[in-house]
Design a protein around this ligand. Structure first.
Ligand SMILES: [Zn+2]
Length: 159
């Protein structure tokens, strides 16, 4: 059999398999508020496949919130400038995609209050993704933050 035809046959076979399976439990879980990614994980299938199965069975798919997104990676990702971002839709410093830099969350938790953008947070070991409390220093302003960087360079040069 030519390769393409065989592959197509294989895909059809898999689709028939999912069509036969009983997904009433998965549907009940989703309709009771469980996220599609979690339902899919329990079923051992990918979220986009779960979505297709639901659509085929006329399950009403909830509005596309980030956590229902097929690309959902647990609410953590790396920003283009190298910081860890955490999905925090209610946060006062959430970006337009509702993510906040993790180091802000760590500092705010330690201080027990919110931190304004006028106070930069410095990573002591210069690893932007090392957001352990002991690696973070809250700066009075951008000037002090710049000073910390300059100071580190001077110390390194003296060695
Ligand atoms: Zn810094």
């Amino acid at each position: 059999m030519p390769r393409g035809v065989y592959d197509h046959h294989k895909i059809r076979g898999r689709a028939n398999e999912t069509a036969r399976k009983d997904y009433s439990e998965a549907i009940a879980s989703y309709e009771s508020g469980m996220r599609i990614v979690d339902v899919a994980r329990i079923q051992g299938i990918r979220p986009q496949v779960m979505g297709k199965i639901f659509k085929r069975r006329d399950v009403k798919i909830r509005p596309d919130r980030a956590e229902n997104c097929y690309q959902w990676k647990g609410g953590r990702k790396i920003s283009t400038d190298g910081y860890v971002l955490v999905y925090s839709p209610e946060h006062h410093r959430a970006d337009r995609n509702r993510y906040v830099k993790e180091h802000i969350l760590v500092v705010e938790k330690a201080m027990g209050k919110s931190l304004s953008a006028t106070h930069p947070i410095h990573h002591v070991n210069f690893d932007k993704q090392d957001n352990r409390n002991e690696n973070l220093v809250v700066c009075e302003d951008t000037g002090y933050h710049a000073f910390l960087h300059k100071r580190t360079v001077l110390i390194q040069e003296r060695r």
